[in-house]
Design a protein around this ligand. Structure first.
Ligand code: GAL
Length: 417
């Protein structure tokens, strides 16, 4: 007993007096990956960094879409207490770059040839005024539907719907068979995520681009936008009464467990199926929102690094380089459900839905149908995005008519930012 205590004391003393470098290397990371699948994916990066002697200090802020995490981040920067790194999306990256608080990753990017490896659409956000300020870890997309195969079979749905009308017919069949048609979490970011796919399906890629990226008033006030809102009202009929404020992964769980037939959600939902050991084609189906085949509404999760001081720069560089490594790009995304952000990463380890995400991204990139996701901050700046969320949510919840929603959406697009 005495001997063991002595040994422990000696080990502790050795650790305390160890050269500073090992203890120095730590990263404190803000992110919103708190679901089972998300945490498993993040574990790949965390473990790989730890194997290189970098201690990971986790700052998880729950809330899909990341708005809570961004609120925390803002508060910390205001208090002059930035983290080492933070997960981030779209226009938020540009906003922080403008503030001059992000580390310049250009020397790493040049060494690793990121300019050749990252899709050009992403570089518009990862590079600010010619300097790399973000390391992209994935490319997600929002125009996906997830379905429980056994539920569909019981409802007499034999193939995945390819058109909107067929989708509605299938939702009706699933509901009649005694299941919840559509699993939804009543949070505005989730409703907006569905709206990405609905708008794309209703009007096609040019309409989506005109309405959400160019903020063209003609597109925003057109009969197609009215139709898109009417389709949201149609979807609402297939949602169960307890959907208010349900988390997205709980809704995915309803499809996984056979309570609901379908969920319209970004392909982070695949991470939950993966985490539950479900097999595509056997247990569940993944397909594009009917009518959006060939297009991809993307969002790419990146990490940005704050100017926190020279002593932390080495760990920041290690983390950025690790994110861009084939090992992490593959290992992380296999679990996460996204396509790698580094083009040419082997798809060998991905399941059928993961391979589809990779192939869809490559196709859309070539055919000019790779479109920034409005719901995930890749189409419009946060002020307009939040105003859109509000309109979409109130329409979905029956507080305003589709006609009123069209007017309010168009007005929200004119907001100053
Ligand atoms: C998105 C993010 C995804 C996913 C999702 C739900 O904003 O880009 O990686 O995790 O939120 O939390």
């Amino acid at each position: 007993m005495k001997k063991t205590l002595l040994c422990l004391a000696m080990t502790a003393a050795a650790v305390l007096s160890a050269p500073a470098h090992a203890a120095d290397k730590s990263v404190q990371v803000i992110h919103w990956w708190t679901s089972g699948g998300e945490a498993a994916a993040l574990g790949v990066l965390k473990n790989d960094l730890q194997s290189q002697g970098v201690t990971w200090k986790d700052v998880p802020i729950a809330g899909g879409g990341g708005s809570q995490a961004m609120t925390t981040l803002r508060a910390r920067l205001l208090a002059n207490d930035p983290p080492t790194a933070s997960q981030m999306l779209g226009f938020n990256i540009t906003d922080w770059a403008k503030q001059g608080v992000l580390q310049d990753l250009t020397p790493l990017a040049e060494k690793g040839n990121w300019a050749e490896k990252v899709p050009k659409a992403l570089q518009a956000f990862d590079v600010y005024k010619g300097k790399w300020i973000a390391a992209p870890i994935d490319v997600h997309s929002t125009n996906w539907v997830w379905a429980n195969k056994a539920v569909l079979e019981k409802a007499g749905v034999t193939t995945e719907p390819k058109t909107w009308d067929q989708f509605v017919t299938d939702l009706e069949k699933v509901k009649k068979a005694g299941f919840i048609g559509l699993a939804v979490g009543g949070q505005s970011w989730q409703e907006a995520t569905m709206f990405d796919g609905v708008v794309l399906s209703t009007g096609g890629p040019d309409f989506y681009r005109n309405a959400f990226i160019k903020l063209d008033q003609k597109a925003l006030t057109s009969p197609l936008m009215l139709k898109a809102f009417e389709r949201m009202s149609t979807l609402r009929k297939y949602v169960d009464p307890n959907f208010a404020n349900r988390d997205w992964n709980v809704a995915t769980g309803m499809v996984i467990n056979g309570k609901a037939g379908f969920q319209i959600m970004g392909n982070w939902a695949l991470g939950e199926f993966n985490h539950a050991d479900k097999v595509p084609g056997k247990d569940f189906l993944c397909f594009n929102v009917p009518g959006t085949q060939g297009s991809v509404t993307y969002n790419s999760d990146v990490f940005v690094f704050f100017k926190v001081g020279a002593s932390e720069k080495a760990a920041q560089d290690l983390m950025a380089e690790d994110i861009m490594s084939p090992k992490v790009q593959s290992g992380f995304n296999v679990l996460k459900g996204a396509a790698p952000a580094v083009l040419g990463t082997s798809d060998a380890d991905f399941n059928a839905c993961g391979k589809k995400a990779i192939a869809d991204l490559a196709y859309a990139d070539k055919h000019n149908t790779l479109l920034g996701s409005m719901s995930q901050g890749y189409a419009v700046p946060p002020a307009i995005q939040n105003a859109f969320y509000d309109v979409i949510s109130r329409e979905f919840n029956g507080q305003i008519t589709p006609q009123e929603a069209v007017k309010q959406l168009a007005a929200a697009a004119k907001a100053q930012y």
